[in-house]
Design a protein around this ligand. Structure first.
Ligand SMILES: [Zn+2]
Length: 63
């Protein structure tokens, strides 16, 4: 059983090329996972600095 080429019809029977169907779904899933992982690395420090800014402004208003 040969694996389908990127330009062959997708084995799922949708009639679309493999690269536009299952292969694209795999790529999308992978890129979302990578984006999520890199977002965590950026978002957490960003949240801390945002919270620090927020508290700082509140203290400034009260003073
Ligand atoms: Zn498919």
């Amino acid at each position: 059983m040969a694996s389908p080429g990127r330009n062959e019809p997708c084995p799922c029977g949708s009639g679309r090329n493999f690269k536009h169907c299952s292969l694209q779904a795999q790529d999308e899933e992978d890129s979302q996972r990578v984006r999520l992982r890199s977002a965590e690395g950026v978002l957490v420090p960003a949240l801390f600095s945002y919270a620090a800014q927020d508290f700082g402004e509140e203290c400034f208003d009260e003073a």
